[in-house]
Design a protein around this ligand. Structure first.
Ligand code: GLC
Ligand code: CA
Length: 558
């Protein structure tokens, strides 16, 4: 595997609406990001991915873009964007934008023109098909519920395809003209000096053009289209073309959001000649999910987590460098998702921090993760904004759950958990805004906030800083970045332990993922504690280390 400039870096995702509001309208903005660059620099962040800030009607919170060349006024102006890029550069930081090109917004000029003249130039920018006997062309269910086909306004038997919301029409990648429009836009942004892109829903750009129906799998009479993803062939031609025409000339950093890729194609995605630099490792995020819907989710156990991570690292480590996350704007908060509620405290949060930061790959934090922000509370479905949660709630109700049960069942999975404002301090609205915030602040902000944790020994924030410093420390860097990840005592329940075996240094990482303490037998030579998530003075004697509840340790040889 070729070494890349970004391998030893640390990345951070910003969900701009909820990051920091500078003009007091209750919505986070670009200036808010610029103002907090020093905070991020101080944390040790190098690469910043910003979720969409383009012009949008916000049906799916900016993932429905109506103009790729404009900043939505909610976030500021293009000058604000230019300034952010320049200020980041001054600090040796890299800005990564979100590239949403599987679909655009139904408000985009292209789509409006397609509606006017479906058989003209712009009609061919989308998938517009005739219905069959008064029904849509096939029975696929969209990601956000309902059919993927919607009637083209004003045309009786014409439907357009949308894998996500009906306000997010899919772009027709088979059309070379459309592809050139996209590459032009990518180059335009790279010219501005951004470092690259995170590629949204990119696996979906290739469709199986037969648009076949599959056996229905829920009571709505529709079928999940994962079967079609398995059948669609030829995505690599699109991706290679995009790489050559748009990314390679700028040496852009690219990171794909890919859930359903075929493992045997990993090399084509992130191998030395792959189309992307990296992809997110979602192996633990798929755990516990159920085809029936969110309401049937089963909590993830430490054993499942461990197995998923080790399998994934084993499968991928020779091929490429994946990005490691515990959460993002589409997931619940990692600490709430992976740690039992009754065990959630600073120690257990720091244990999870240690596990994710010490994985082989690029650590990718999500805003608020560094202070251990946790899931929020919803008192009714009316408090939910996320289109996906609303659909899953409806699904749960249809399955016979009461309002309270359905809310409880979907709350834990809701994308809104990650979308509450960042908790900067204990003042009103957590210091995010002095106006009414667009999303309610998590009520726990008085205890959990940046100001309280900054400089306090033992805080989650200071622990993240310590782990980031370790990654950047020349003595340990090679082991932390490139060291092979070798499971240790894998069969010991609720112990997640592994070596990071570098060329010169080897580290032993131990996490006691349970409330009960335990004694772990370790090789005699690992007798020095390098990192400890507790204030206890951990002794190692005769190859034995006593670990308290949720303790996390990194050991080295003296
Ligand atoms: C990706 C985004 C998600 C969005 C979807 C459609 O999964 O992360 O937020 O809803 O794509 O663009
Ligand atoms: Ca604002």
């Amino acid at each position: 595997m070729k070494k890349k400039w970004w391998h030893d870096k640390v990345a951070y995702q910003i969900y701009p609406k909820s990051f920091f509001d500078t003009n007091q309208d209750g919505i986070g903005d670009l200036r808010g990001i610029t103002e907090k660059l020093d905070y991020l620099k101080n944390l040790g962040i190098d690469i910043i991915w910003i979720s969409p800030v383009y012009q949008s009607p916000f049906v799916d919170q900016g993932y429905d873009i109506s103009d790729y060349y404009a900043i939505d006024p909610a976030f500021g102006t293009m000058e604000d964007m230019d300034r952010l890029i320049a200020e980041a550069k001054k600090r040796d930081m890299y800005i990564v934008m979100d590239l949403v090109v599987n679909h655009c917004s139904s408000q985009h000029e292209w789509f409006r023109k397609a509606v006017e003249d479906p058989h003209g130039k712009y009609g061919n920018y989308f998938y517009i098909k005739e219905g069959k006997d008064g029904n849509p062309p096939c029975n696929w269910r969209s990601y956000f519920g309902g059919s993927v086909w919607e009637k083209l306004p004003g045309h009786d038997n014409l439907y357009y395809l949308h894998l996500f919301a009906k306000e997010q029409p899919d772009l027709n990648w088979e059309n070379p003209e459309l592809r050139q429009e996209i590459y032009k836009m990518i180059r335009w942004w790279l010219e501005k000096g951004i470092a690259g892109f995170r590629l949204d829903a990119i696996i979906n750009i290739k469709k199986d053009l037969r648009f076949q129906s599959f056996p229905e799998d829920r009571e709505d009479g529709l079928s999940s289209f994962t079967c079609e993803l398995e059948q669609a062939e030829g995505i690599h031609e699109f991706l290679q073309e995009m790489k050559e025409e748009a990314f390679a000339p700028y040496n852009a950093f690219t990171i794909g959001e890919l859930f359903d890729y075929r493992p045997e194609e990993l090399e084509q995605y992130i191998g030395d000649d792959g189309c992307f630099e990296s992809i997110f490792d979602f192996s633990t995020h798929l755990l516990g999910s159920d085809p029936r819907g969110w309401y049937a989710f089963t909590p993830v156990t430490p054993e499942e987590y461990k197995k998923a991570v080790f399998d994934s690292k084993h499968r991928t480590w020779k091929t490429g460098f994946m990005a490691n996350i515990i959460e993002n704007h589409d997931e619940p908060r990692g600490v709430s998702h992976y740690i039992r509620e009754e065990d959630l405290n600073e120690i257990s949060k720091k244990m999870l921090a240690g596990i994710t930061m010490m994985q082989y790959g690029l650590p990718f934090l999500y805003q608020g993760q560094e202070i251990g922000m946790s899931n929020t509370v919803f008192s009714s479905i009316d408090e939910v904004d996320d289109i996906s949660t609303i659909d899953e709630y409806r699904n749960a109700r249809e399955q016979g759950l009461s309002e309270a049960e359905a809310l409880k069942a979907v709350a834990g999975q809701s994308r809104d958990n990650a979308r509450t404002p960042v908790q900067w301090d204990a003042s009103e609205n957590a210091g995010f805004t002095s106006a009414v915030p667009w999303r309610k602040v998590n009520p726990n902000y008085k205890e959990i906030n940046v100001a309280e944790q900054e400089g306090r020994p033992g805080s989650v924030l200071e622990f993240y800083k310590e782990l980031i410093r370790l990654r950047k420390n020349p003595v340990y860097q090679e082991a932390v970045v490139y060291g092979e990840e070798i499971p240790f005592r894998e069969s010991e329940e609720n112990l997640m332990a592994f070596y990071r075996k570098g060329r010169e240094k080897t580290l032993l990482v131990l996490a006691n993922w349970q409330r009960e303490s335990r004694t772990v037998e370790i090789p005699l030579e690992f007798d020095r504690v390098l990192v400890n998530n507790t204030a206890e003075n951990t002794e190692i004697e005769n190859g034995k280390v006593f670990m308290s509840s949720y303790q996390f340790l990194i050991l080295e040889k003296e």
